[in-house]
Write a protein that binds this ligand. Structure first.
Ligand code: ZN
Length: 201
């Protein structure tokens, strides 16, 4: 999926939201997930996958958690995923089962995959995040994707020049083990909406 250029939100995203340090710039992790990553277990554990709807295909319910979030931008981002994948996003008919809760928080960020929180898990479309590329990227995290440049095989495709990275941002360029990430035999995708651009700080 190739999307239009968008402003580099990592430059303006806060380092912390809701008392948690953002992982790789825009990812919220539960303590368990943070531990799992350190133990090199897969973040893509079946628990974190969204369940199938009655048509046998993934169904992701969502709500809007506040009045200020840009609903049109969210709808366009969800439409994009529905157009290109078999996933359906549907307004939640109950907020007592896991769902995405779109908010206008202090930046652009999301958890990775389904958290199982019946109150809904936040996906923040903050100021300047309400453009297609960013909404699609954050929703990509919410449905279970990590950054493309974190793939176990990334060194065969890109070169991270550590001396060009601000030291406290080096963790933005983590590489996962094969145990953590299943590439599902999908080739490396330079144009992935989950890939950072060449000049990310
Ligand atoms: Zn991201």
């Amino acid at each position: 999926m190739v999307l239009e250029e968008h402003p580099d939100f990592l430059d303006t995203n806060p380092d912390e939201v809701e008392g948690e340090r953002l992982f790789e710039g825009d990812i919220l992790l539960t303590p368990t997930q943070r531990r799992s990553l350190n133990e090199r277990k897969g973040i893509a554990h079946p628990y974190y996958r969204w369940r199938d709807g009655s048509d046998g295909l993934p169904l992701v319910p969502y709500t809007f958690g506040d009045r200020s979030v840009d609903r049109v931008a969210v709808w366009e981002g969800l439409e994009h995923w529905m157009e290109h994948t078999c996933i359906t996003f549907q307004r939640a008919t109950t907020t007592r089962t896991p769902h995405l809760r779109f908010i206008k928080g202090g930046g652009c960020y999301s958890y990775v995959g389904r958290m199982g929180q019946w109150r809904g898990q936040p996906v923040s479309i903050g100021t300047n995040c309400n453009v297609l590329g960013i909404v699609v990227h954050e929703v990509g995290h919410a449905i279970g994707f990590v950054h493309e440049q974190s793939r176990p095989d990334r060194d065969g495709y890109i070169k991270i020049i550590n001396s060009n990275v601000i030291p406290n941002r080096l963790s933005n360029f983590n590489k996962y083990s094969n145990a953590a990430i299943n590439n599902m035999d999908v080739p490396y995708d330079y144009s992935s909406v989950m890939h950072y651009g060449p000049k990310v700080l």
